[in-house]
Write a protein that binds this ligand. Structure first.
Ligand code: GLY
Length: 356
């Protein structure tokens, strides 16, 4: 196991997951170790860690999978398991799975007895490059994504890229959207490097290197602003529209993977970047076509514009009752705290609906 980013970093690339977990568990000699996973991750990934000394079936909870289960009633099951298993403040919770168990588990740990430590073992591409890193924990509430939660850094994040071999193509593509976002907010050079990667037939060895770079980019923004008061907002690029699409899809019972929603959202926010900041239109078109070729199109009628706008007004990133966007003047040229009129938001939705 070696630190990916710096000596102080809590993100590690592992070489022997079981040994590395045991090494970390060794730092908790007086506390019990608990495991949280979701059904699918448990099925596909638990076998990799089942021989780890210190884990026990009585201190394991397997929650239902899917973002629609990232809710209060699920977290109650986790608190119940911790309570029944005699967890105290010296205990440790390990989360194994994608973004959903990372977010929910981190929140359960952060609130149980006012906070116990937790370790993330992200198994999806999305969780490895985004959800497990940076201390955002929480659950959905009232139809809104991640409405309830706290910032709290994991004690460690263990990245085992061999888990990527267990993923289906939609999940690879979903995580790749966050890597594309990292390129857009970081540099034109990074975007040039990423856009030639053949994500339709991914070479997992090459992808592993790109994952490490992507984590470094995310960490750069997190370290500079852990509580998202300023520059970390760059990581929200594509997410204002994206979360509205994701929420709408969820309550219309046609849930989409997070990365797909972010990809659709990035097309809208690139167009908004053009209107507000002069991001070059030929580049907007080039990227929109690139994203559409990978992610397809999210169908919604003009009659949904009002509803999507309303969802954006609930976004927790808003300030002073104004929708808060991160936009781009160019690739790698971020502008945080941008506003747009309702008409401009509708224009971006209209652009999205009509460019295909
Ligand atoms: N997913 C965006 C962030 O962690 O800030």
């Amino acid at each position: 196991m070696f630190p990916l980013l710096s000596k102080e970093s809590n993100v590690f690339i592992v070489d022997d997951l079981t040994k590395d977990i045991e090494h970390l568990i060794g730092n908790f000699p007086n506390g019990k170790v608990f495991l949280l996973s979701d059904k699918e991750s448990y099925k596909h990934c638990f076998s990799k860690i089942e021989d780890t000394a210190g884990l026990s079936p009585e201190r394991t909870v397997v929650i239902p999978d899917g973002d629609h289960n990232k809710k209060l009633s699920t977290i109650e099951k986790v608190w119940q398991m911790l309570s029944n298993g005699g967890a105290d403040r010296k205990s440790l919770l390990i989360t194994l799975g994608g973004g959903m168990p990372c977010d929910l588990g981190g929140f359960a740990a952060s609130t149980f007895k006012r906070g116990i430590q937790f370790i993330n073992i992200p198994t999806t591409l999305l969780a490895q490059v985004d959800a497990s890193i940076g201390g955002k924990t929480g659950i959905n509430f009232g139809g809104l994504k991640n409405e309830i939660g706290v910032f709290n850094q994991a004690t460690a994040v263990l990245i085992d890229t061999t888990f990527l071999e267990t993923l289906d193509q939609p999940n690879i593509i979903s995580g790749f959207a966050e890597m594309i976002k990292h390129a857009f907010i970081f540099s034109a050079e990074r975007w040039e490097q990423l856009k030639v990667f053949d994500i339709a037939n991914p070479n997992l060895d090459e992808l592993k290197d790109l994952v490490a770079d992507s984590i470094r980019i995310k960490d750069h923004f997190v370290q500079n602003d852990p509580l998202e008061n300023h520059i970390r907002k760059a990581l929200n690029f594509g997410h204002t529209f994206g979360h509205a699409f994701e929420s709408m899809a969820m309550y219309e019972d046609r849930a989409i993977l997070h990365g797909y929603a972010v990809a659709f959202g990035m097309i809208c926010e690139l167009y908004l970047s053009h209107i507000r900041l002069g991001f070059p239109m030929p580049k907007v078109m080039e990227i929109a076509e690139y994203l559409e070729a990978i992610y397809g199109h999210f169908e919604f009628g003009k009659d949904k514009f009002e509803e999507l706008y309303k969802l954006m007004t609930h976004d927790k990133k808003n300030e002073a009752n104004k929708i808060n966007f991160t936009l781009l003047e160019g690739i790698g040229k971020i502008q945080i705290n941008c506003q747009a009129t309702k008409e401009e938001v509708f224009d971006a939705l209209y652009f999205y609906n009509n460019f295909k």
